[in-house]
Design a protein around this ligand. Structure first.
Ligand code: PMP
Length: 385
Protein backbone atom coordinates (compact mmCIF):
# COMPACT_ATOMS: atom_id res chain seq x y z
CA UNK A 1 0.00 0.00 0.00
CA UNK A 2 1.34 3.41 -0.96
CA UNK A 3 -0.24 5.98 1.28
CA UNK A 4 -0.87 9.29 -0.50
CA UNK A 5 -3.77 10.61 1.57
CA UNK A 6 -2.06 12.84 4.15
CA UNK A 7 -4.81 15.44 3.88
CA UNK A 8 -7.33 12.87 5.13
CA UNK A 9 -5.00 11.85 7.92
CA UNK A 10 -1.21 11.64 8.23
CA UNK A 11 0.49 8.56 9.68
CA UNK A 12 1.27 8.91 13.38
CA UNK A 13 4.82 10.18 13.84
CA UNK A 14 7.00 7.76 15.85
CA UNK A 15 7.65 10.54 18.37
CA UNK A 16 3.88 10.91 18.87
CA UNK A 17 3.33 7.17 19.20
CA UNK A 18 5.99 6.93 21.93
CA UNK A 19 4.50 9.90 23.78
CA UNK A 20 0.93 8.57 23.54
CA UNK A 21 1.93 5.12 24.79
CA UNK A 22 3.87 6.57 27.71
CA UNK A 23 0.95 8.80 28.67
CA UNK A 24 -1.59 5.97 28.35
CA UNK A 25 0.54 3.93 30.72
CA UNK A 26 0.33 6.51 33.48
CA UNK A 27 -2.72 7.34 35.54
CA UNK A 28 -3.99 10.80 36.48
CA UNK A 29 -6.72 13.35 35.78
CA UNK A 30 -5.14 16.71 34.93
CA UNK A 31 -7.65 18.41 37.24
CA UNK A 32 -6.73 16.39 40.34
CA UNK A 33 -4.53 17.92 43.01
CA UNK A 34 -2.64 14.78 44.04
CA UNK A 35 0.64 13.58 42.62
CA UNK A 36 -0.89 11.60 39.73
CA UNK A 37 -3.05 14.55 38.73
CA UNK A 38 -0.09 16.92 38.87
CA UNK A 39 1.88 14.54 36.67
CA UNK A 40 -0.92 14.55 34.06
CA UNK A 41 -1.18 18.35 34.26
CA UNK A 42 2.58 18.67 33.80
CA UNK A 43 2.41 16.55 30.66
CA UNK A 44 -0.47 18.65 29.30
CA UNK A 45 1.42 21.88 30.08
CA UNK A 46 4.46 20.57 28.22
CA UNK A 47 2.30 19.73 25.18
CA UNK A 48 0.72 23.18 25.32
CA UNK A 49 4.19 24.72 25.19
CA UNK A 50 5.23 22.44 22.33
CA UNK A 51 2.22 23.54 20.28
CA UNK A 52 2.74 27.18 21.27
CA UNK A 53 6.26 27.01 20.00
CA UNK A 54 5.15 25.58 16.66
CA UNK A 55 2.71 28.50 16.30
CA UNK A 56 4.88 31.10 18.03
CA UNK A 57 2.13 32.09 20.42
CA UNK A 58 1.88 31.74 24.16
CA UNK A 59 0.73 28.53 25.84
CA UNK A 60 -2.13 30.39 27.54
CA UNK A 61 -3.67 31.13 24.15
CA UNK A 62 -4.38 27.46 23.40
CA UNK A 63 -7.64 25.63 24.10
CA UNK A 64 -7.43 21.88 23.53
CA UNK A 65 -10.42 20.38 21.71
CA UNK A 66 -11.39 17.10 20.06
CA UNK A 67 -10.17 18.36 16.69
CA UNK A 68 -10.61 21.09 14.12
CA UNK A 69 -14.32 20.44 13.71
CA UNK A 70 -14.91 21.34 17.34
CA UNK A 71 -12.45 24.24 17.20
CA UNK A 72 -14.24 25.67 14.14
CA UNK A 73 -17.66 25.26 15.75
CA UNK A 74 -16.43 27.00 18.87
CA UNK A 75 -14.74 29.85 17.03
CA UNK A 76 -17.63 30.59 14.71
CA UNK A 77 -20.31 30.41 17.40
CA UNK A 78 -18.34 32.55 19.81
CA UNK A 79 -17.39 35.25 17.31
CA UNK A 80 -20.79 35.37 15.63
CA UNK A 81 -22.33 36.05 19.04
CA UNK A 82 -20.67 39.52 18.84
CA UNK A 83 -23.49 40.46 16.46
CA UNK A 84 -23.18 41.37 12.80
CA UNK A 85 -22.52 39.63 9.52
CA UNK A 86 -20.45 36.44 9.13
CA UNK A 87 -18.21 36.42 6.06
CA UNK A 88 -16.59 33.22 4.82
CA UNK A 89 -15.63 31.58 1.52
CA UNK A 90 -17.14 29.07 -0.87
CA UNK A 91 -14.21 26.67 -0.50
CA UNK A 92 -14.18 26.20 3.27
CA UNK A 93 -14.38 22.75 4.81
CA UNK A 94 -17.93 21.78 5.87
CA UNK A 95 -16.78 22.21 9.49
CA UNK A 96 -16.85 25.95 8.73
CA UNK A 97 -19.34 26.29 5.89
CA UNK A 98 -22.08 24.16 7.42
CA UNK A 99 -21.63 25.76 10.84
CA UNK A 100 -21.83 29.22 9.25
CA UNK A 101 -25.06 28.23 7.48
CA UNK A 102 -26.55 26.74 10.63
CA UNK A 103 -25.86 29.66 12.95
CA UNK A 104 -27.04 32.33 10.52
CA UNK A 105 -30.15 30.58 9.22
CA UNK A 106 -32.54 32.60 11.35
CA UNK A 107 -30.99 35.91 10.29
CA UNK A 108 -31.58 36.78 6.63
CA UNK A 109 -28.54 38.39 5.02
CA UNK A 110 -26.22 37.56 7.92
CA UNK A 111 -24.05 35.20 5.89
CA UNK A 112 -21.83 36.29 3.01
CA UNK A 113 -19.98 33.54 1.12
CA UNK A 114 -17.11 34.90 -0.93
CA UNK A 115 -16.43 33.38 -4.35
CA UNK A 116 -13.02 32.17 -5.55
CA UNK A 117 -11.39 32.38 -8.96
CA UNK A 118 -10.55 29.45 -11.24
CA UNK A 119 -7.44 28.70 -9.17
CA UNK A 120 -9.38 28.65 -5.92
CA UNK A 121 -8.06 32.00 -4.70
CA UNK A 122 -10.39 34.24 -2.69
CA UNK A 123 -11.35 37.44 -4.42
CA UNK A 124 -10.23 40.24 -2.07
CA UNK A 125 -12.27 42.84 -3.94
CA UNK A 126 -15.36 40.82 -3.02
CA UNK A 127 -14.23 40.85 0.62
CA UNK A 128 -14.03 44.65 0.50
CA UNK A 129 -17.52 44.75 -0.96
CA UNK A 130 -18.87 42.42 1.74
CA UNK A 131 -17.32 44.52 4.50
CA UNK A 132 -18.78 47.71 3.07
CA UNK A 133 -22.10 46.03 2.30
CA UNK A 134 -22.59 45.07 5.96
CA UNK A 135 -23.22 48.76 6.68
CA UNK A 136 -24.68 49.56 10.08
CA UNK A 137 -24.98 45.91 10.93
CA UNK A 138 -21.20 45.52 11.03
CA UNK A 139 -19.15 42.37 10.49
CA UNK A 140 -18.87 40.00 13.42
CA UNK A 141 -16.41 37.60 11.88
CA UNK A 142 -14.39 36.85 8.77
CA UNK A 143 -13.41 33.16 8.52
CA UNK A 144 -11.01 32.19 5.73
CA UNK A 145 -9.00 28.97 5.59
CA UNK A 146 -5.22 29.13 5.35
CA UNK A 147 -4.84 26.15 3.01
CA UNK A 148 -7.52 24.24 1.17
CA UNK A 149 -7.87 20.56 1.98
CA UNK A 150 -8.75 19.49 -1.57
CA UNK A 151 -6.37 21.57 -3.67
CA UNK A 152 -3.75 22.77 -1.17
CA UNK A 153 -4.25 26.34 -2.46
CA UNK A 154 -3.01 28.92 0.08
CA UNK A 155 -4.69 32.15 1.16
CA UNK A 156 -2.96 35.49 1.60
CA UNK A 157 -4.34 35.69 5.11
CA UNK A 158 -2.38 38.81 6.03
CA UNK A 159 -4.21 40.73 3.31
CA UNK A 160 -7.56 39.41 4.58
CA UNK A 161 -6.71 40.36 8.17
CA UNK A 162 -5.71 43.88 7.20
CA UNK A 163 -9.04 44.78 5.64
CA UNK A 164 -11.16 42.73 8.05
CA UNK A 165 -9.59 44.34 11.13
CA UNK A 166 -9.99 47.79 9.61
CA UNK A 167 -13.71 47.00 9.42
CA UNK A 168 -13.80 45.92 13.08
CA UNK A 169 -14.24 42.20 12.35
CA UNK A 170 -12.71 39.32 14.27
CA UNK A 171 -10.70 37.01 11.99
CA UNK A 172 -10.71 33.23 12.26
CA UNK A 173 -8.71 30.84 10.12
CA UNK A 174 -9.12 27.11 9.67
CA UNK A 175 -5.43 26.24 9.50
CA UNK A 176 -5.97 22.48 9.77
CA UNK A 177 -4.09 21.59 6.59
CA UNK A 178 -1.38 24.20 7.04
CA UNK A 179 -0.11 23.78 10.58
CA UNK A 180 2.94 21.54 10.80
CA UNK A 181 3.55 21.70 7.07
CA UNK A 182 4.56 25.31 6.49
CA UNK A 183 5.87 27.83 9.03
CA UNK A 184 3.45 30.06 10.87
CA UNK A 185 4.26 32.88 13.27
CA UNK A 186 1.28 34.11 15.26
CA UNK A 187 3.35 36.94 16.63
CA UNK A 188 3.42 38.38 13.11
CA UNK A 189 0.20 37.02 11.66
CA UNK A 190 -2.42 38.95 13.55
CA UNK A 191 -5.23 36.42 13.31
CA UNK A 192 -7.63 36.29 16.28
CA UNK A 193 -8.73 32.65 16.22
CA UNK A 194 -7.10 29.63 14.56
CA UNK A 195 -8.21 25.98 14.39
CA UNK A 196 -6.05 22.89 13.96
CA UNK A 197 -6.21 19.11 14.23
CA UNK A 198 -3.32 16.92 15.41
CA UNK A 199 -3.80 14.07 12.95
CA UNK A 200 -2.97 16.23 9.94
CA UNK A 201 0.61 16.70 11.12
CA UNK A 202 1.36 13.29 12.58
CA UNK A 203 -0.44 13.42 15.92
CA UNK A 204 -3.34 11.21 16.97
CA UNK A 205 -6.89 11.55 15.68
CA UNK A 206 -9.56 13.07 17.92
CA UNK A 207 -7.50 15.90 19.37
CA UNK A 208 -6.91 19.45 18.18
CA UNK A 209 -6.86 23.01 19.38
CA UNK A 210 -8.29 26.47 19.04
CA UNK A 211 -5.88 29.39 19.37
CA UNK A 212 -7.62 32.38 20.98
CA UNK A 213 -5.53 35.55 20.93
CA UNK A 214 -4.88 37.02 24.35
CA UNK A 215 -7.07 40.02 25.04
CA UNK A 216 -9.74 38.97 22.56
CA UNK A 217 -13.03 39.42 24.30
CA UNK A 218 -15.87 37.32 22.94
CA UNK A 219 -19.29 36.59 24.36
CA UNK A 220 -18.34 32.96 23.90
CA UNK A 221 -20.80 30.12 24.05
CA UNK A 222 -19.02 26.96 25.11
CA UNK A 223 -20.29 23.92 23.24
CA UNK A 224 -19.65 21.74 26.26
CA UNK A 225 -20.63 22.91 29.70
CA UNK A 226 -19.47 21.08 32.79
CA UNK A 227 -16.26 21.07 34.77
CA UNK A 228 -14.87 24.35 33.47
CA UNK A 229 -11.66 22.90 32.00
CA UNK A 230 -9.71 24.94 29.43
CA UNK A 231 -10.74 28.20 31.10
CA UNK A 232 -14.40 27.38 30.59
CA UNK A 233 -14.05 27.12 26.81
CA UNK A 234 -14.20 23.34 26.76
CA UNK A 235 -15.45 21.33 29.69
CA UNK A 236 -14.59 17.66 30.16
CA UNK A 237 -11.67 15.63 31.46
CA UNK A 238 -8.67 16.38 29.28
CA UNK A 239 -7.58 13.75 26.76
CA UNK A 240 -4.09 13.61 28.26
CA UNK A 241 -2.65 10.95 25.94
CA UNK A 242 -4.07 12.63 22.84
CA UNK A 243 -2.82 16.04 23.92
CA UNK A 244 0.63 14.69 24.70
CA UNK A 245 0.69 13.02 21.26
CA UNK A 246 -0.32 16.34 19.67
CA UNK A 247 2.53 18.05 21.52
CA UNK A 248 5.12 15.49 20.42
CA UNK A 249 3.93 15.71 16.79
CA UNK A 250 4.02 19.52 16.96
CA UNK A 251 7.59 19.45 18.19
CA UNK A 252 8.71 16.94 15.55
CA UNK A 253 6.97 18.95 12.83
CA UNK A 254 8.60 22.18 14.04
CA UNK A 255 12.09 20.71 14.07
CA UNK A 256 11.78 18.98 10.69
CA UNK A 257 9.48 21.37 8.89
CA UNK A 258 12.01 23.05 6.65
CA UNK A 259 13.54 19.81 5.39
CA UNK A 260 10.19 18.09 5.06
CA UNK A 261 8.65 20.98 3.12
CA UNK A 262 11.55 21.05 0.65
CA UNK A 263 11.58 17.28 0.21
CA UNK A 264 7.80 16.87 -0.05
CA UNK A 265 7.53 19.75 -2.54
CA UNK A 266 10.16 18.07 -4.73
CA UNK A 267 8.29 14.75 -4.59
CA UNK A 268 5.00 16.45 -5.39
CA UNK A 269 6.57 18.28 -8.34
CA UNK A 270 8.00 15.03 -9.62
CA UNK A 271 4.65 13.23 -9.38
CA UNK A 272 2.93 16.14 -11.06
CA UNK A 273 5.50 16.47 -13.86
CA UNK A 274 5.44 12.74 -14.61
CA UNK A 275 1.67 12.50 -14.64
CA UNK A 276 1.37 15.62 -16.82
CA UNK A 277 3.95 14.25 -19.26
CA UNK A 278 2.43 10.79 -19.54
CA UNK A 279 -1.22 11.83 -19.39
CA UNK A 280 -1.19 15.12 -21.30
CA UNK A 281 -4.94 15.72 -21.10
CA UNK A 282 -5.03 15.69 -17.30
CA UNK A 283 -5.35 19.00 -15.50
CA UNK A 284 -3.87 20.08 -12.17
CA UNK A 285 -6.21 22.30 -10.15
CA UNK A 286 -4.57 25.36 -8.65
CA UNK A 287 -1.32 24.67 -10.52
CA UNK A 288 -0.48 28.33 -11.05
CA UNK A 289 -0.87 29.61 -7.50
CA UNK A 290 0.96 28.96 -4.21
CA UNK A 291 -0.04 25.63 -2.70
CA UNK A 292 0.83 23.37 0.21
CA UNK A 293 3.93 21.25 -0.43
CA UNK A 294 2.31 17.82 -0.80
CA UNK A 295 -1.04 18.25 -2.54
CA UNK A 296 -2.10 17.46 -6.11
CA UNK A 297 -5.70 17.80 -7.22
CA UNK A 298 -5.79 16.27 -10.68
CA UNK A 299 -8.69 15.98 -13.13
CA UNK A 300 -8.76 13.09 -15.60
CA UNK A 301 -11.31 14.30 -18.17
CA UNK A 302 -13.98 11.72 -18.92
CA UNK A 303 -12.78 9.21 -16.30
CA UNK A 304 -14.74 8.85 -13.06
CA UNK A 305 -12.46 9.34 -10.06
CA UNK A 306 -13.90 6.34 -8.23
CA UNK A 307 -13.03 4.12 -11.20
CA UNK A 308 -9.47 5.48 -11.29
CA UNK A 309 -9.07 4.78 -7.58
CA UNK A 310 -10.58 1.31 -7.88
CA UNK A 311 -8.20 0.48 -10.73
CA UNK A 312 -5.17 1.17 -8.52
CA UNK A 313 -5.95 -0.63 -5.26
CA UNK A 314 -2.36 -0.36 -4.06
CA UNK A 315 -2.58 3.44 -3.86
CA UNK A 316 -4.44 5.21 -1.07
CA UNK A 317 -5.67 8.54 -2.44
CA UNK A 318 -9.07 10.16 -2.45
CA UNK A 319 -11.76 11.51 -4.69
CA UNK A 320 -12.93 14.95 -3.69
CA UNK A 321 -12.73 15.40 0.03
CA UNK A 322 -12.56 11.99 1.67
CA UNK A 323 -12.52 13.48 5.12
CA UNK A 324 -15.82 15.29 4.62
CA UNK A 325 -18.01 12.22 4.29
CA UNK A 326 -18.53 9.03 2.36
CA UNK A 327 -21.38 10.66 0.47
CA UNK A 328 -20.90 10.82 -3.30
CA UNK A 329 -21.65 14.48 -3.92
CA UNK A 330 -19.47 16.56 -6.23
CA UNK A 331 -16.77 18.63 -4.59
CA UNK A 332 -18.13 22.06 -3.64
CA UNK A 333 -14.55 23.33 -3.83
CA UNK A 334 -14.10 22.38 -7.48
CA UNK A 335 -17.58 23.63 -8.39
CA UNK A 336 -16.73 26.97 -6.74
CA UNK A 337 -13.59 27.05 -8.91
CA UNK A 338 -15.81 26.88 -11.98
CA UNK A 339 -15.31 23.19 -12.78
CA UNK A 340 -18.27 21.25 -14.15
CA UNK A 341 -19.87 18.45 -12.19
CA UNK A 342 -18.23 15.95 -14.57
CA UNK A 343 -14.82 17.49 -14.01
CA UNK A 344 -15.35 17.45 -10.25
CA UNK A 345 -16.35 13.79 -10.42
CA UNK A 346 -13.19 13.04 -12.43
CA UNK A 347 -10.80 14.55 -9.90
CA UNK A 348 -8.45 12.65 -7.62
CA UNK A 349 -6.49 14.14 -4.74
CA UNK A 350 -3.03 12.85 -3.92
CA UNK A 351 -1.54 14.21 -0.74
CA UNK A 352 2.05 13.42 0.19
CA UNK A 353 3.79 13.96 3.48
CA UNK A 354 6.72 13.47 5.75
CA UNK A 355 7.13 9.72 5.23
CA UNK A 356 6.53 9.64 1.46
CA UNK A 357 9.53 8.27 -0.48
CA UNK A 358 10.94 8.57 -4.03
CA UNK A 359 9.91 5.00 -4.60
CA UNK A 360 6.31 5.72 -3.54
CA UNK A 361 6.16 8.42 -6.20
CA UNK A 362 7.71 6.22 -8.91
CA UNK A 363 5.25 3.45 -8.17
CA UNK A 364 2.32 5.85 -7.96
CA UNK A 365 3.10 7.21 -11.44
CA UNK A 366 3.07 3.70 -12.92
CA UNK A 367 -0.12 2.79 -11.03
CA UNK A 368 -1.99 5.91 -12.18
CA UNK A 369 -0.88 5.59 -15.80
CA UNK A 370 -1.83 1.88 -15.72
CA UNK A 371 -5.22 2.62 -14.13
CA UNK A 372 -6.06 5.28 -16.72
CA UNK A 373 -5.07 2.96 -19.60
CA UNK A 374 -7.15 0.14 -18.14
CA UNK A 375 -10.28 2.26 -17.74
CA UNK A 376 -9.89 3.74 -21.21
CA UNK A 377 -9.65 0.28 -22.76
CA UNK A 378 -12.72 -0.92 -20.84
CA UNK A 379 -14.63 2.19 -21.94
CA UNK A 380 -13.51 1.70 -25.54
CA UNK A 381 -14.62 -1.94 -25.47
CA UNK A 382 -18.01 -0.93 -23.98
CA UNK A 383 -18.45 1.63 -26.73
CA UNK A 384 -17.94 -0.98 -29.49
CA UNK A 385 -21.21 -1.81 -31.29
N1 PMP B 1 -10.84 21.72 8.37
C1 PMP B 1 -10.13 21.22 7.35
C2 PMP B 1 -9.56 22.15 6.34
C3 PMP B 1 -9.92 19.85 7.25
O1 PMP B 1 -9.23 19.36 6.23
C4 PMP B 1 -10.48 19.00 8.24
C5 PMP B 1 -10.29 17.49 8.18
N2 PMP B 1 -10.56 16.93 6.98
C6 PMP B 1 -11.20 19.57 9.28
C7 PMP B 1 -11.36 20.94 9.32
C8 PMP B 1 -11.83 18.74 10.37
O2 PMP B 1 -10.84 18.11 11.13
P1 PMP B 1 -11.26 16.98 12.17
O3 PMP B 1 -12.09 16.00 11.40
O4 PMP B 1 -9.98 16.40 12.63
O5 PMP B 1 -12.05 17.62 13.25
Amino acid sequence: MIYLDYNATAPLRPEALDAVLAALGSVGNASSMHHAGRDAATRVDAARRQLASLLNCSAGEIIFTSGATEANNLALRAAYARGGVLVTTAVEHPAVLEVARAITQEAPGALVILPVDGDGVVDLAKLDQALEGAGERGVALVSVMLANNETGVLTDLQAVIKVAHAAGAVVHTDATQYVGRLPIDLDELDVDLLSLSAHKFGGPQGVGALFVRRGLSLPYNPLLIGGGQERGWRAGTLNVAGIVGLGAAAEAARLKMHDEAVRVTALRDELEANLSARLPDCRINGADVPRLPGVISITFPGLPADAVLAAMPGIAASDGSACASGAPSPSHVLLAMGRSREEADSTVRFSLGYATTDRDVEQAVEAVVGAVAKIRSVMAADAEP
